[in-house]
Structure formats: structure tokens, C-alpha cells
Design a protein around this ligand. Structure first.
Ligand code: ADP
Ligand code: MG
Length: 787
């Protein structure tokens, strides 16, 4: 059978349990296996004469078998094999006195025992590596790794070098150990290289036997990178690779799994990191070019198309300089015959909504449709209210001007998954009619029932996780592609933006409109009763002054897990955070509401609750009562994280703040102070002083710069947690590239990719690279498919 990177693991291995275990790691094909990289390598095992080995530590030595005994096990089926070995010669080389040790093996399988017996026959010269124990007055090695000199290796030196080399360590789970992962990968590399029997390493495990050492080891001979280079062709063009001093892909992959030393392992990582950067940048630059060749909806802005300008004039405030610039850029983009692809990054409260409404009106003015997609129901409703109000005022102004009412009516409709069927049908029908309209939606807009034949603009709000594959899918879904505007308040460091949004034009809104005052941020130790009490007195005073307060908790009730925040999984799991807070259960909405109801400081104040579990009607009512001041204190989960805009809200309290990501806390903090009032954020923590969690909170306590906070967050937690799996590369790509630390790599790769594309825009001379680019883009389209 010929084996390629696409060959499935299950067709190579007879051991079903092993196949299932690998599957649980996401390893289904040979490619998955060989790119399942170790996260570190062990230190080299020291070579020591037996006398110098301390019990319990790993060591390598050489010796001769003096006696071999095989005994059936008394209590259960199976055999015990014991080889007495002495290290006379080896000890003398190390100027030590000779000694002896027992090598012990257990097995149910007669054929395995026979095989071992022939290897460890009396007089065999061995190199041994393993962890020592002490038993029957003697040093003992249970299931050690053994190499027979003159058979497995030519010399003692070669054997010792082999067994003492650093070993890769993999992320394992309860179903499979790091050693077995390693063994499986090496087996597949050997199969790929055309050497080694694919089946040898997968003899079925013996029930009840100890997990390791039972199976024959696959890594007897090192896989040759040369043999592999046909099966694992290079992706980065050779001249570029060589100019960077990088390894061939095959060589790098072998060095990841079978490093000769730590230096080689590091070189392999650098090489593969560059490869990831190069593929992703080539893909993004190609995608960017692809956009220009796609027909879009030109939406002109001129004397007869004045709707956006009229809208801006109808606002009760002037745009900030930043808003003005972004509006201009968008107007220019949308007038072009190919689709806009723009990312708008703007601090919480920087006024992104009016910018996107102007863009939506530009689409409508040209006789087309526009949709705004919000990440949550609450946010969609909130947008619907503000935007329909803005548009109503605009229509009224225009009607007053012209004295004719109906003509200026611009339909603004809401579309969510939870809507009543009849209402939804009406909205879907309006969209399907192709009539100009503005649709405010949740992800319901991505379901196939939503058809808008004249959709000229898609705005994605607060969704930095709208990845390149989703953007491509959206573009390919329509014959004429809509303009795309992605808005996010999660500041993304420049190189991270290049890595994930390298196909987009990026605008930023840095200033906050209307002279907003900075939010006073105070970290409060939960155990500090005095401060906690003063905080509630403060909240009482603010509420009495007509303001509102949010109280945020990570869980809904005592029995629930941390509530999935709208963007998924930003909460740290207890094993990531340290001592103290990890063991204490997280606070819940239900529990905190109960406690607040009993607080004398809040007596007589109506307290409402809100969580992702509430139905839409409840959510709407609760937000309405909060906005009007009917119930001025709202205990909620992170459903309020993004975009919710109640100008009178001046205080936010976050319980278990030490367990949230910094960018998320920054987002939450942005919920207050939106009405120009003074405002406060209280981050309640149970983290030990000096812990990393406490250090993280100190950063946000002293900084209101979103970019700085995001940078610190990325450094302290890693990109996957902060930006989500889709953005950190999904399943297949960007496994090694670190967006903050590898900034230089990304920039360099972008330059080299751009140079290559200028010479060969279709990558016709680089078929392997072209395939990798396609894989990168197609990595994960599930976001659009599952809604
Ligand atoms: P975000 O960027 O977080 O989405 P919003 O668009 O919700 O921010 O705007 C926050 C608040 O600022 C809203 O109440 C909005 O009406 C107001 N706003 C927006 N632009 C201006 C401006 N130029 N001057 C004054 N207030 C503004
Ligand atoms: Mg917003």
C-alpha cells in the first residue's frame, strides 16, 4: 500500500484503541500525526555507571547480560522476564567500580517474551536507558529501552548517543501517553519514508499490563529525512528557504519528533514557524488580490446620493476627526466596483455605530440592502433600537425638508433566531424581495433561509473572530460579493492583525467622542470587608443620583459552569489560574443577587438579573427596565460584555475578575461612562497578592489603553485563549507561530511572500505552496455553515 500524507491513521494501525486515542487528539491522518508537534524536549539522559545512578532517576549505561530468566507469573497469566546485567567495562571507562542491575519486563504475550529473550540472551552487549528503582538489594530498571550492540547499533557510543538524546514531550490525555504518541508518530514517519513495517508498532496492547514498554519500540532506527523528502515535499520555495537558513520541511519534521539535540529541535521550530508565517501571508496577500477581481456593488456618494451626508448632519453631535476619516475611507471603498474588505478597530465607546450606519445608508441609497450582524441577541436588539431611532430622525428631517413623508421611509428590521415565526417570515420576505432595507441581525443572517439578492454591505460587529476562511466563504457565497466591514473593540497588536487580517484594510478609531472621562478602576480584595462595604455605599449614592450599576458574575447559578461568553471561552479554567481562587467556586448571578437583596446599602433598590439562559422577551424587558431606571442594578453574566449601551450606567462591579481575560475586563469596563458622567469599575479578586492573576489585574487597574492591555494579555495567556481557535489558526495551520513574539517573522514572511507573488501571482511555479495556501483558506468554514 502506498502511504501519503492523506492516508488515514486507521488504515495504518490495527490497534483500534490507539487509533481512537489518536483521534481524540484530532489526529486522523498521517499529516495530522506528523504535525502533532511536541511542546518541548526533555533534557538529555545522563550516561552514568550503575554505581553513580541515584534511585528514581533516569540514566543510560552499557553492560553485558550475565543471566536471563523467564518465569510464568504466579497470580495471573503472563511472564516475567529478568535479565541480570553488569557494567564492568563501562564502569572502568568511567573510573568507577563495576556493579550490576536487573532489567525487568512483564508481558502476556509469549511471542514478545521470546523475541525479547533472544535479544537479551546471555552475553548480549546492551545499551540501556530507563528509570531506576531499588528492589531485592539491587538497582532495577522496569521496561527500560534497550539497544543491542552489533545489532540495533554498531557501537556502544552510537547506542548511548541514541538513548540519551532529548525526547519530545507531547500534549497527551488520559487515553494516550506522550511516549505512545511519539511511538505512533515515529511509526508513521517510518512508513512514509518507506522503511519499517507499518504494523510492527501496533501490536494490540495487553489488557491490564503496564502501559509502557509492552509494545515493541518503533524508534530503533532514526527516520531518514532524505527518504522522507518525496513524501513530505517542501512548501516554501527553495531559494527563499535557503536564504533564511531554514531546514527542508521533511528534515524539520523529523527533527521535531526525533531531535538529535535541543539545538536541532530549536532549529526545526524556527523553520516550521517561518513556513507557517509564509503560507499564511501568501494566502492573505492572494486573497486580497482575489477580492479586486470579484465584482461588487459600487455605491456612489454624490449630489444625488446624499443619504450618508444627511444622516451625519442629522446627528446631535459632530463626528470626531477619527470618525470623519473612517467614514471617508469607507465611502471611497464602497464606491468602487469590487468589494470593500475593511477592519475597523475602535476602543469601546469610540463611536463605531454611527460609522457603520453611514455605510449602511450608502448601500441603501444606491438601491441596495445592508445587514449588520451582532454577536448576541441583546446587542442586536440594542442596535436595532438605536439605529431605527437614528434613521427615524433622519427620515423626519428629510420629510420636513421636502414636505413629503412616505418617500423617505427607510425600512430598518430586526432578524434574530429567537423571533416569533410570523415576524421572522415578514423580515425574511422583505430581505428576499431585494427592496432596499437595513437588517440588524444575529448570526441568523448566515442561515440559508436568509436571502438578500441585493445585499451590498455586511457589517460584522464585535467579531474579531470572523476569520479569513469565513470572509472568503461569505465572498464566494454571492455572485456579486457584498462590501465587508468588520468592527471590533478588541485591540489587536499590529502583527497579530497582519497575521489574521493581512487581507484587509485596517482603520482605527483612537479618540473617544464627547470628552469622555476615564473610568476610575479599582481592584478590590473580596476578603476586604471594609472596602467591599464602601463600594456598595458608593453604588447606592450613584443610583440615588439617577445612575445605574452592572454587577457581573461568571456563572448563572451554583450548578452551572461558567457561562459561555458571546465570543466563547474567554474565562480561564481553574487549572490555569493559580492557588486560592482555583479551588473556590465561581460566583453566580443567582447567589450574588440573593446577597445583594439582603444588603442594607441597597435596600429599596430594584435588582434585576440577566443571563444567556433568559429568553429573548425577558432579556428585552430586563434591558428596558435597566435603561429606564426601573431596576437600576443589574446582576448579569458576560452577556453584557459587548456593545450594550446604557448612557446612565456609571458603575460596574466584576466578581472573580481574576479569572477573566484582560481584554474581556476592558470590554466590560467599557459598558460604563458612556453618557459623559464620571464612572467606576470595581474588579473583585480572590487572587493572592503577587500571583500572576494579581499582576494582570494591576495592569488593567493602571491602564486604559486597549492596545497595551491586549498586548499584555496576549503575552500572559497566549493567543489561543485571547483570540479564539479560529484566529489562532484553527485545526490545521499556525501551530507554532506566536503572534506577539514572532512579529519579525511575520513581517519578514510578508515581504518574501509579496516578492514571490509579484513574480508569480498565480503560484503556477509553486504547486505545493499553492495547495498549502488553499488549505489555509479553507481551514474552517464551519462558522458560516452552523448557525
Ligand atoms: P462603540 O464604538 O463602542 O460601538 P458606540 O458606537 O456605541 O461605541 O458609541 C458610544 C456612544 O458615543 C453612543 O452613545 C454614541 O451615540 C456616542 N457618540 C458616537 N459618536 C459621537 C460623537 N462624535 N460625539 C459624541 N458622542 C458620540
Ligand atoms: Mg459597538
Amino acid at each position: 500500500m502506498s502511504i501519503s500524507l492523506d492516508t488515514t491513521v486507521s488504515s495504518l494501525m490495527t490497534n483500534r484503541r490507539r487509533v481512537g486515542a489518536l483521534k481524540s487528539l484530532g489526529v486522523l491522518t498521517v499529516l495530522d500525526a506528523i504535525t502533532y508537534y511536541p511542546f518541548r524536549v526533555t533534557d538529555p539522559v545522563p550516561m552514568l555507571p550503575l554505581r553513580s545512578i541515584s534511585v528514581g532517576s533516569a540514566a543510560a549505561f552499557a553492560g553485558v547480560v550475565r543471566e536471563l530468566r523467564v518465569r510464568p507469573l504466579a497470580a495471573r497469566r503472563g511472564y516475567r522476564l529478568e535479565a541480570l546485567i553488569d557494567d564492568t567495562e563501562f564502569a572502568l571507562e568511567h573510573s568507577a567500580r563495576p556493579s550490576s542491575a536487573n532489567l525487568v519486563f512483564f508481558s502476556y504475550k509469549k511471542h514478545y517474551v521470546d523475541w525479547l529473550s533472544s535479544r537479551l540472551a546471555q552475553g548480549s552487549r546492551l545499551v540501556v536507558q530507563g528509570e531506576s528503582s531499588f528492589f531485592n538489594d539491587r538497582l532495577q530498571f522496569t521496561h527500560p529501552e534497550t539497544l543491542v550492540i552489533g545489532k540495533d547499533v554498531a557501537s556502544q557510543e552510537e547506542g548511548l548517543a541514541r538513548v540519551s538524546r532529548p525526547r519530545p514531550v507531547y500534549h497527551a490525555n488520559s487515553r494516550i501517553s506522550s511516549e505512545h504518541i511519539h511511538e505512533s508518530i515515529v511509526m508513521m514517519l517510518q512508513a512514509l519514508a518507506g522503511s519499517g513495517e507499518a504494523e510492527t508498532a501496533s501490536s494490540s496492547p495487553v489488557p491490564g499490563a503496564s502501559a509502557s514498554g509492552e509494545e515493541e519500540r518503533a524508534d530503533v532506527s532514526r527516520v531518514s529525512a532524505n527518504d522522507l523528502s518525496r513524501a513530505i515535499p517542501d512548501i516554501v520555495p527553495e531559494d527563499i528557504r535557503v536564504s533564511n537558513g531554514a531546514m527542508h520541511r521533511a528534515e524539520a519534521i523529523v527533527a521535531m519528533h526525533e531531535p538529535a539535540d535541543t539545538k536541532e529541535f530549536a532549529h526545526a521550530i524556527t523553520s516550521l514557524r517561518y513556513e507557517e508565517a509564509f503560507i499564511s501571508q501568501t494566502a492573505l496577500l492572494r486573497s486580497r488580490e482575489g477580492v479586486r477581481a470579484t465584482p461588487g456593488y459600487p455605491c456612489p456618494v454624490d449630489e444625488t446620493h446624499r443619504l450618508p451626508a444627511d444622516f451625519i448632519a442629522s446627528l446631535p453631535f459632530d463626528l470626531t476627526g477619527g470618525q470623519r476619516d473612517v467614514v471617508d475611507a469607507i465611502q471611497e471603498d464602497m464606491a468602487k466596483p469590487y468589494p470593500m474588505q475593511r477592519l475597523l478597530q475602535g476602543e469601546v465607546g469610540s463611536g463605531k455605530t454611527v460609522v457603520c450606519v453611514a455605510a449602511m445608508l450608502q448601500a441603501v441609497d444606491a438601491g441596495n440592502q445592508a445587514v449588520l450582524v451582532a454577536p448576541t441577541q441583546v446587542l442586536a436588539e440594542q442596535h436595532y433600537q438605536t439605529i431605527s431611532e437614528m434613521v427615524r430622525k433622519l427620515s423626519a428631517a428629510k420629510s420636513a425638508e421636502s414636505g413629503d413623508e412616505a418617500k423617505h421611509d427607510i425600512p430598518v428590521v430586526l432578524l434574530t433566531g429567537g423571533m416569533r415565526l410570523a415576524q421572522r417570515r415578514k423580515v425574511l420576505a422583505l430581505a428576499a424581495s431585494g427592496e432596499p432595507c437595513m437588517v440588524i441581525a444575529t448570526h441568523a443572517a448566515f442561515s440559508t433561509t436568509f436571502q438578500a439578492p441585493n445585499l451590498a454591505l455586511v457589517v460584522i460587529d464585535e467579531q474579531h473572530r470572523f476569520g479569513v476562511e469565513q470572509r472568503e466563504a461569505l465572498r464566494r457565497k454571492n455572485e456579486v460579493a457584498p462590501h465587508l466591514l468588520i468592527m471590533t473593540a478588541t485591540p489587536i497588536p499590529r502583527t497579530a492583525a497582519l497575521t489574521w487580517f493581512g487581507d484587509l484594510d485596517i482603520s482605527e478609531l483612537r479618540e473617544l467622542p464627547g470628552g469622555r472621562k476615564p473610568i476610575r478602576t479599582i481592584v478590590v480584595q473580596e476578603a476586604d470587608g471594609g472596602t467591599m462595604s464602601r463600594m456598595f455605599i458608593h453604588i447606592r449614592q450613584r443610583v440615588d443620583a439617577g445612575e445605574r450599576a452592572y454587577i457581573v458574575c461568571p456563572r448563572i447559578d451554583e450548578s452551572s459552569d461558567a457561562e459561555e461568553d458571546p465570543e466563547g471561552g474567554n474565562l480561564m479554567s481553574p487549572d490555569e489560574s493559580e492557588e486560592g481562587s482555583a479551588v473556590l467556586p465561581l460566583h453566580s448571578v443567582e447567589e450574588i443577587e440573593r446577597r445583594l437583596q439582603a444588603l442594607p446599602q441597597l435596600e429599596g433598590i430594584r435588582i434585576a438579573t440577566l443571563s444567556g439562559r433568559d429568553d429573548d422577551e425577558t432579556k428585552q424587558r430586563v434591558m428596558h427596565d435597566f435603561a429606564t431606571g426601573e431596576s437600576p442594578v443589574l446582576v448579569a453574566t458576560t452577556v453584557i460584555e459587548v456593545g450594550v449601551d446604557v448612557p446612565q450606567a456609571s458603575c460596574i462591579v466584576v466578581f472573580d475578575a481574576d479569572r477573566f481575560g484582560l481584554s474581556q475586563l476592558h470590554q466590560l469596563r467599557g459598558r460604563v461612562g458612556r453618557g459623559g458622567t464620571r464612572s467606576w469599575a470595581f474588579f473583585i479578586s480572590r487572587a493572592e497578592a503577587d500571583s500572576i492573576a494579581a499582576q494582570r489585574l494591576a495592569i488593567i487597574e493602571h491602564s486604559s489603553d486597549g492596545t497595551e492591555i491586549a498586548q499584555a494579555d496576549l503575552e500572559l495567556r497566549g493567543a489561543g485563549d485571547v483570540l479564539g481557535d479560529a484566529q489562532s489558526g484553527g485545526r490545521s495551520s499556525l501551530k507554532l507561530l506566536r503572534v506577539v513574539k514572532d512579529a519579525d517573522v511575520v513581517v519578514h514572511a510578508r515581504e518574501q511572500a509579496s516578492e514571490l507573488l509579484s513574480k508569480d501571482p498565480e503560484l503556477s511555479g509553486e504547486t505545493v505552496l499553492a495547495g498549502a495556501v488553499l488549505d489555509f483558506i479553507r481551514g474552517n468554514e464551519s462558522f458560516l455553515a452552523t448557525t
